[in-house]
Design a protein around this ligand. Sequence first.
Ligand code: KG4
Ligand code: ZN
Length: 335
Amino acid sequence: MKILGIETSCDDTASAVVNDKGEVLSNVLSSQEQFHKDFGGIVPEIASRKHAELIGYVIKDALKLSHSEMKDIDAVSVTYGPGLVGSLLVGVEAAKAISFSLDIPLIGINHLEGHIYALFLKGSPLHYVKNPFPLLILIVSGGHTELILMKEHLTYKLLGKTRDDAAGEALDKFARALGYSYPGGPVIEKLGKDGDPNFYHFPRANFPGTAYEFSFSGLKTAGVYYIEKHRDELKSHLNDIAASFEEAVADMLVEKTIRAARDFSVKGIGIVGGVSANKRLRKKFLKKSKTEVYFPGNGFSTDNAAMVAMAGLMRYKKGQRDNLLLDAVSRLELY
Ligand code: KG4
Ligand code: ZN
């Protein structure tokens, strides 16, 4: 069996083919970074127009690289939320057209579930673990920072989330204040690689009594404020200040997540979403956690369509079938 995945929730146009063993046969992504970089963030109108322009080519490439033709595809899964509605609609409508014309099942996927199922693709560690449950999931991306408990496949209990900004948002805004374009996380990682993480102590939010909630807006403001105040001498310690900011983000994520892992006696912790690509964060988790820690395989942390195909495969096996009324939903919960 081959399943085609489509992902257009934000600024990446992506399509992939995954087989029923969870093997990635192709994983194609066209980044729109260059079209948004002069605007200091993603421009929704540009994003949806570019998706519409690119989606056909991206799907064609995904088929070609997997040595498949349209007729070889047995099901199509697509992200239908959360995300930018105009962007989501392009993927959803493309998936519907494929489902209708080939008369194959259509499966709508929550983007966050896609991120979680990146952990189960061949090439990711949970592919090889028979029963990882109960499993704690930390989703940490540009729009989300939340802790989720999974007692079995495809079931989720929210333990806590950010009260304000996502961790990725704090990194993006900090990088923007330094003059870099979106996405800021990889830039901060590069700058901070050889920096001193103890150069400056940024504030770490902590709320007593609300064990699993996060907050990154204070850190974001402190970061931007620091840059404004020290703009003249920043060049001399850019690496150290990037490392210090990254360290604060990592500290907050690790502390809360490990506490939840202990409280719920989970077998393992899965960390997913764009920020889970961060090496400083990965190292800290591996150092501090007594519980097994799992990260998506190479290239599966940030948005991609293989994860959407994998989640689609799981839902297909469970019997989920959507129809041509499937709609894009900007604010979509997982629970
Ligand atoms: O999951 P993702 O690709 O898109 C969303 O669903 O939001 O995550 C994007 C976020 C951005 O905030 C980006 O700056 C961050 O993930 N990110 C990183 C790294 N790569 C992407 N943050 C830290 N280190 C990285 N290597
Ligand atoms: Zn994402």
